[in-house]
Ligand binder design. Structure first.
Ligand SMILES: *[C@@H]1O[C@H](CO)[C@@H](O)[C@H](O)[C@H]1NC(C)=O
Ligand SMILES: *[C@@H]1O[C@H](CO)[C@@H](O)[C@H](O)[C@H]1NC(C)=O
Ligand SMILES: *[C@@H]1O[C@H](CO)[C@@H](O)[C@H](O)[C@H]1NC(C)=O
Ligand SMILES: *[C@@H]1O[C@H](CO)[C@@H](O)[C@H](O)[C@H]1NC(C)=O
Length: 321
């Protein structure tokens, strides 16, 4: 199987919910114990939603990796955005549709109500907004056709818990409404995503979108002068020549003897970091990785100087940084 080099990038987006999420259950349990008993319930549901979101990231990744269309392709996705969009959608769903959305997202409906989920996302999205204002933007928006009137409570909950912007559009004007959506997303993502939708169906009644933008600054920047062409090993038999950034410094690493791979952590100046995993065998990584792995890495990583790392893992990181 072709090695999917984009796992590095994928881990970045997973880290947005997984890596950070790792610290939060403690934080919330802490509050639950410190404060009055009535707070414990909501703190618990925040960590239940957090855990479900982490597991969802890896289940979704396994699905995407196994999909025929992705064989030999890079995969890049933001699980936190997918969870947020589907959770926002579930606000307006009932019965079997609601049950399927909850089960797909991994929310146990005997432990969590829709309101619990809404409050957990409100906390999560606020925290993202609070901690990394300058280099991250994540949000949802809903575009509703003029002829369609959603229940006011639906729009109210979306606004309050998912910070959803709401707009009225005329979907019978397919080109104009696509332009409206694309302009909105372009502005929110600093021009990086400018064609989210095209060829909209004129019978559309509602469009719920989720976007994420992240631009980190490396805590230890790469020197552009040191960038040079080198070989990247796609698999045992395939090499491609690419531009590689170069950097020598001490970084946290971890040798995972369950997944059989080496992990490297590259921190940003914010509280985010990029985790890169160089698996010995890609399929082992894909079948085994879960949120417990990331938790373990973050706990046990130790600084290591470049000479102690296998060179391939350095190459791996260089290609994607
Ligand atoms: C949901 O939670 C209940 C109560 O803890 C538990 O018995 C049940 O097995 C859980 N369901 C799933 C699908 O995890
Ligand atoms: C995010 O932070 C900005 C600036 O602090 C604030 O104006 C805005 O209302 C916040 N948005 C959310 C969704 O919390
Ligand atoms: C976000 O910041 C606001 C204002 O600084 C604060 O009131 C709120 O509690 C913070 N929310 C989270 C989830 O950290
Ligand atoms: C990892 O490598 C060890 C030693 O080569 C091997 O015994 C083990 O089965 C491998 N683990 C997996 C999950 O492939």
């Amino acid at each position: 199987m072709m090695m999917r080099a984009a796992v590095g990038l994928w881990v970045l987006s997973a880290v947005i919910c997984v890596g950070r999420g790792h610290h939060h259950p403690d934080h919330h349990l802490g509050h639950g114990h410190d404060k009055a008993a009535q707070d414990t319930g909501s703190a618990n549901s925040v960590s239940l939603v957090n855990e479900a979101n982490q597991e969802f990231s890896f289940r979704l990744y396994r699905q995407l990796a196994a999909h025929a269309d992705s064989q030999g392709q890079n995969i890049f996705f933001s699980p936190a955005s997918v969870s947020a969009a589907l959770a926002a959608l579930s606000v307006g769903a009932q019965g079997e549709t609601h049950r399927q959305l909850f089960s797909g997202l991994g929310f146990n409906s005997s432990l969590l109500t829709q309101t619990d989920v809404d409050q957990a996302f409100q906390t999560f999205l606020q925290r993202v907004n609070n901690t990394s204002q300058e280099d991250a933007s994540e949000g949802t928006a809903v575009f509703v056709d003029n002829r369609f009137k959603p229940k006011p409570e639906f729009l109210q909950t979306l606004k309050q818990s998912y910070f959803t912007d709401g707009f009225n559009v005329d979907f019978s004007q397919a080109t104009e409404s696509a332009d409206t959506i694309n302009k909105y997303v372009e502005e929110k993502t600093n021009g990086k995503v400018d064609k989210l939708v095209k060829n909209l169906d004129p019978n559309t009644v509602m469009y719920l979108i989720s976007y994420i933008y992240y631009k980190g600054k490396w805590a230890t920047p790469f020197d552009p002068e040191l960038t040079e062409e080198d070989y990247f090993n796609v698999d045992e038999n395939t090499k491609v020549q690419v531009l590689m950034m170069n950097l020598e410094d001490s970084f946290n690493t971890y040798r995972d003897n369950v997944l059989n791979g080496t992990v490297l952590q590259l921190p940003f100046t914010s509280s985010y970091s990029m985790l890169l995993m160089l698996p010995d065998v890609m399929a082992t990584l894909e079948n085994t990785i879960g949120s417990h792995c990331v938790t373990k890495w973050l706990k046990w990583m130790k600084p290591s100087s470049p000479s102690r790392l296998p060179t391939t893992s350095l190459m791996y990181c260089q290609k994607w940084t």
